[in-house]
Design a binder for this molecule. Sequence first.
Ligand code: PEP
Length: 248
Amino acid sequence: MFIAGNWKLHKGPQEADTLATALKRALADETAVDIAVAPPFISIPAVVDRLKHTGILVAGQDVHPEIKGAFTSAVSSEMLKDAGCAYTLVGHSERRSIFGDDDAVVNAKVHAAFRAGLLPILCCGETLPQREAGQAVEVVTRQLAAGLAGLAADQVVSTTIAYEPVWAIGTGVTASPDQAQEMHAAIRSWLAANFPAFVPTQTRIQYGGSVKPGNARELLSQPDIDGALVGGASLDADSFLAIVRAGA
Ligand code: PEP
């Protein structure tokens, strides 16, 4: 079980330290669940420092494909690794829709993560019109085929897939446990059809999209749901803790 919190554009260094301190107090000894938090870049050093010697790992929210150069405002995977991150999100729907990350860029970022020794959390998910048109599985598997292109099987296993239906992110509308399970099973079947047999059994697939303390347990009890990527509810220590405990 792997629960990750995406803090998005929230929590500057001081607020991030306060939240990390609360998580450290409550979760330092949590071993049943793998936990990561993704603060904004500027808050990563404070959070890494606060969470050192705990099992809570730190993730970037995004990464630039290049190592260095004239890419104003960008942060490379090597820089995230140097700052103490273990993971990075890649291909979050807000990166895709607001910042224009297409599948080729997402794939370059996945490779950049591995180049630096970071583990990618690769986000995928369909929009509501795509779901209503019956294209959800096709869209998600196309995103995965492109995002995972060129990886060795052991790298695919080291990639966490976060299925996040776009219509459920930040909307308060959650996929029903059945809807989520159906897509997670489809993703696992797609992995089975495209990679060696150990890949579908060992690859973790998180669900994301308005996960809250009140719905986490039922979602996380589905057979193909291996964790959650949590946005809004990860900004409050108590609600994030409740979600982690639901997965324990
Ligand atoms: C997310 O940003 O990845 C997310 C799932 O957000 P929320 O939990 O707020 O829907």
